[in-house]
Unconditional design. Structure first.
Length: 115
């Protein structure tokens, strides 16, 4: 199982970013995919999740109405569209899948929201 995130960067408050996570090594279309984030000095937290077919999504209260999660099962890729970014969204963002009763993580992508 391999997860590779991309799309992070530096953005001003109110701006937008789209993160991507390319997955391989498992049957992507069969699994729930999740995005987590971890800010300095804080625990990793769940940001968003999407069902295997893409019809069901869940979001942390802190990002509801600002973030959307989607997936392209033909491309084995899950996305996190982040709008109206706030300074408190600054964190390393990780893609996650539970496969074979084990958590797999990508290397993470840094998102910094600052003026």
């Amino acid at each position: 199982v391999q997860l590779v995130e991309s799309g992070g960067g530096l953005v001003q408050p109110g701006g937008s970013l789209r993160l991507s996570c390319a997955a391989s090594g498992f049957t992507f279309s069969n699994y729930v995919m999740k995005w987590y984030r971890q800010a300095p000095g804080k625990e990793r937290e769940l940001v968003a999740a999407i069902s295997s077919g893409g019809g069901g999504t869940n979001f942390a209260d802190s990002v509801k109405g600002r973030f959307t999660i989607s997936r392209d099962n033909a491309k084995n890729t899950v996305y996190l569209q982040m709008n109206s970014l706030k300074v408190e969204d600054t964190a390393v963002y990780y893609c996650n899948v539970i496969w074979g009763f084990r958590n797999y993580w990508g290397q993470g992508t840094q998102v910094t929201v600052s003026s």
